[in-house]
Design a binder for this molecule. Structure first.
Ligand code: KIV
Length: 263
């Protein structure tokens, strides 16, 4: 069944949402066939694929290329493009132009932008102009230079602000909200405070769903293993073993064998 941002909203209270990031065509095909309802082409591709230290150097062109590939691989899932740093922050007009371009050029279904209450006018303008928005609050990696990459919402005032952020983004029309790195009790509180799904990453089991970076889930992130990650496979070890086996077979003239050649 072809899902839409509205179907994701309708999952609140009915079905937990298992979302993942995806960056390429083949992985998108596999995740879509596994029934993952929402694929985020995260700007985390800056660290997972491109080797940057953080997401700040990622460009709109990077995101367009990878998002179009993911869209080509998907039959059912909602595909969301993560708008990179400084493609929507400067003004509402900039956000409309760049988000509109991302939707038109890639065929994806929605955009994700970071920011709480202060970002609500941008969310409202996008939604009013036909662009579905996935919000992102709590730890927002594009603010790494000002907020760092640490758990957010600790303390009464910070927790109150986070609930206000979620409510403002939901009221502005976001179809769902990513909530990153907050104490589990606050994750549950935020989830109960809004009518749209809250998709947690490091926000505890009380959210309406979870999202993980696909490289973390597959064991492709090296030694990087935050507490909230559960690794479901160890492809890093398998790739190393396969490459070593290949190297020794080529060196030992075992591969290619006669069966790998043409008559
Ligand atoms: O870029 C990304 O992958 C994200 C997820 C961690 C939510 O924003």
């Amino acid at each position: 069944m072809r899902l839409t941002p509205r179907s994701i909203t309708a999952m609140k209270g009915r079905e937990k949402i298992a979302a993942l990031t995806a960056y390429d065509y083949r992985t998108a095909q596999l995740l879509d066939a596994a029934g993952i309802p929402l694929l985020l082409v995260g700007d985390s591709l800056g660290t997972t694929l491109l080797g940057y230290e953080n997401t700040l150097p990622v460009t709109l062109l990077d995101m367009l290329r990878h998002t179009a590939a993911v869209v080509r691989g998907v039959k059912n899932a909602v595909v969301v493009v993560d708008m990179p740093f400084m493609t929507y922050q400067a003004s509402i007009e900039q956000a409309l132009r760049n988000c509109g371009r991302a939707i038109q050029k890639t065929g994806c279904h929605a955009v994700k932008i970071e920011g709480g209450e202060f970002r609500a006018p941008t969310v409202a303008a996008l939604v009013q102009n036909g662009i579905p928005v996935l919000g992102h609050i709590g730890l927002t990696p594009q603010s790494v230079q000002t907020l760092g990459l640490r758990v957010q919402g600790r303390g009464t005032e910070a927790a109150r602000q986070l609930v206000a952020d979620a409510q403002a983004i939901a009221a502005a029309g976001a179809f769902a909200i990513v909530l990153e790195a907050v104490p589990s009790a606050l994750g549950a509180e935020v989830t109960a405070a809004v009518p749209v799904p809250v998709i947690g990453i490091g926000a505890g089991p009380g959210c309406d769903g979870q999202i993980l970076v696909i490289n973390d889930l597959l064991g492709l992130s090296g030694d990087f293993k935050p507490k909230f990650v559960k690794q479901y496979a160890n492809l890093g070890a398998q790739i190393s073993a396969a490459a070593s086996a290949y190297k020794s077979e080529v060196a030992g003239a075992v591969f290619p064998g006669p069966e790998h050649g043409y008559d």
